[in-house]
Design a protein around this ligand. Structure first.
Ligand SMILES: Nc1ncnc2c1ncn2[C@@H]1O[C@H](COP(=O)(O)OP(=O)(O)O)[C@@H](O)[C@H]1O
Ligand SMILES: [Mg+2]
Length: 141
């Protein structure tokens, strides 16, 4: 499964992404620096109508975003592991508590924690295809 998206239709791509991948809870995003991982994650969160403003993911490992789904208050964890050096450091930071919670997790730089990811993780690969276009591909099992 894959989508080609411009910067202007990320919102629509985010809607298609959530709809197609409902069965997953943990999503990881592979792609080089500047590929668009953070930008797409913001679009995914915007689609859920997050109440809290985004903090800078660059300086903290785990961001927590709250949104309302019907009557329920729900959480999305956004983890940016760029600065993580070892899996142990990620564990110390509480990454596993999020990954094995009941909440949706969106993870950048999952290559840093290959042994910590749950089996049922959805792997997305973002590639730069032009100045404002990206390919978002879901790895088939
Ligand atoms: N279609 C697109 N999807 C996502 N980002 C895009 C797209 N087109 C251009 N961009 C730009 O590419 C950059 C991606 O940066 P960012 O999301 O921080 O990347 P990453 O988190 O992968 O390092 C942003 O400046 C964004 O505006
Ligand atoms: Mg990023």
């Amino acid at each position: 499964m894959e989508w080609l998206t411009t910067i202007d239709n990320l919102e629509k791509t985010a809607a298609l992404f959530w709809e197609a991948l409902k069965k997953y809870r943990v999503f990881v995003f592979h792609g080089e620096m500047g590929a668009g991982k953070t930008t797409f994650i913001h679009a995914l969160c915007a689609h859920k109508k997050i109440k809290d403003a985004f903090s800078s993911p660059t300086f903290s490992l785990i961001n927590e975003y709250r949104y309302v789904d019907g009557e329920e208050e729900k959480i999305i964890y956004h983890m940016d592991l760029y600065r993580v050096k070892t899996e142990e450091e990620a564990v110390q930071a509480g990454i596993e508590d999020c990954l094995f919670s009941k909440h949706i997790c969106l993870v950048e730089w999952p290559e840093k924690i290959p042994h910590l990811l749950p089996d049922e993780t959805c792997h997305a690969f973002i590639e730069i295809t032009g100045p404002e276009t990206r390919r978002i591909r879901i790895a088939d099992k």
